[in-house]
Design a binder for this molecule. Structure first.
Ligand code: FAD
Length: 325
């Protein structure tokens, strides 16, 4: 299967751009903010809430960070004006984390303060292993400044993740808010699980550790063995739809836009049928909505980073009944 994925990836540079755009339409809200707002308005009727990502990643000069600060600021205003149940997801390298970490911190703080004015949460997406530690540090520094409307993503595939769960919980306490996913980057085998089973088991262990720590846990996976494990783990802990979070907390937890201690998250365009079923059962379900002009670069990078994505995309196109938007 991986070979097929690699073959598709090799063909991508010679694939006509219009075809890539046609495929990407399923996974990207559009090239501008209005498309994202329109899409979220429509999807709100399905009981979904959202986290919005402005497409674009690692920048090459600090000047480029200005675009992301401006665009995300307008986005925060627009989400608030349209009274959407949405927050934002940002990539620290788009704010300069790999160029000038101090300036990146200032940029992120500015945005976080703006989001806090609207009681809005900000998720730091997790990128590859070069920035795992520094991304976690950004979150800790902001919490130390009293800005608690921020949380990180941890990747189940990394060996370090269980220890990161306890370290982050120790430093950000009861306001800890995680997204847990398998991790899209194919990391080297000295730092990460590389087999499917190893990644699933490690992700499930991380979900349990997060739930046991009392942290808010956003489960971001479309994979049945992860979703069923999460559902069983929630049941075991007396957590679920219409049940207030039964875990002991000294302080009142952030409630704006949040579920009862957990939520499920899906990428736009992926396994909408599973998401709608969870939502109908009363689970809080959030859709990750990317938009922006950089849809081509985004699609190509995702495919290069993990050729298995190419297989999922091909299957979704050729066998649409297996994977509804
Ligand atoms: P898989 O086994 O990959 O997928 C299970 C099934 O879902 C597949 O069989 C297929 O039917 C379907 N599927 C999955 N992906 C696709 C696709 N692209 N197109 C069509 N069908 C698909 N990773 C990071 O490294 N950092 C992050 O910050 C991050 N944030 C994320 C946020 C959200 C909301 C989600 C859902 C994922 C995020 N990821 C992130 C990606 C994640 O780490 C995985 O790479 C991705 O979700 C695929 O793993 P899976 O658990 O869905 O299982």
């Amino acid at each position: 299967m991986r070979l097929l994925g690699q073959l598709i990836v090799t063909m991508m540079p010679v694939t006509p751009r219009f075809f890539v755009q046609w495929v990407a339409k399923r996974y990207v809200a559009g090239s501008d903010m209005d498309s994202a707002i329109r899409l979220m308005r429509e999807m709100s009727e399905e009981g979904a809430c959202f986290t919005v990502d402005v497409l674009g990643e690692e920048i090459n000069s600090m000047d480029e960070a200005g675009f992301f600060i401006e665009e995300y600021s307008r986005l925060i205003d627009s989400i608030a004006e349209n009274e959407l149940d949405a927050n934002i997801s940002i990539k620290p390298t788009a704010f300069g984390l790999l160029i000038e970490p101090e300036s990146a911190l200032e940029n992120i703080e500015r945005l976080l303060r703006k989001a806090a004015e609207h009681d809005m949460f900000v998720r730091l997406d997790m990128e590859d292993h070069r920035v795992t530690e520094s991304t976690i540090e950004v979150c800790q520094v902001m919490h130390d400044k009293g800005l608690t409307n921020i949380g990180v993503v941890l990747q189940g595939r990394l060996f370090r993740t269980l220890s990161d769960v306890s370290r982050v919980c120790d430093s950000t306490g009861e306001q800890t808010d995680f997204r847990i996913c398998k991790g899209i980057y194919l990391e080297p085998e000295n730092i990460a699980h590389t087999s499917y089973r190893g990644i699933v088991d490690a992700t499930n262990d991380a979900i349990d550790a997060m739930l046991d720590s009392g942290a808010y846990t956003a489960i971001a996976s479309h994979d049945d063995p992860v979703i069923s494990h999460a559902l069983a783990s929630l049941r075991k802990r007396g957590m679920g739809p219409d049940v207030p979070d039964p875990r002991y907390h000294e302080e009142p937890l952030r409630s704006a836009g949040k579920g009862a201690g957990y939520e499920f998250q899906f990428l736009l365009g992926v396994r909408g049928d599973v998401r709608r079923k969870l939502s109908e059962k009363g689970h809080r379900t959030r859709v990750y909505v990317p938009y922006g002009t950089k849809w081509y670069e985004y699609s190509m990078r995702r495919l290069r980073e993990n050729p298995e994505v190419a297989i999922h995309v091909t299957k979704a196109l050729l066998m649409p009944w297996t994977n509804r938007r």
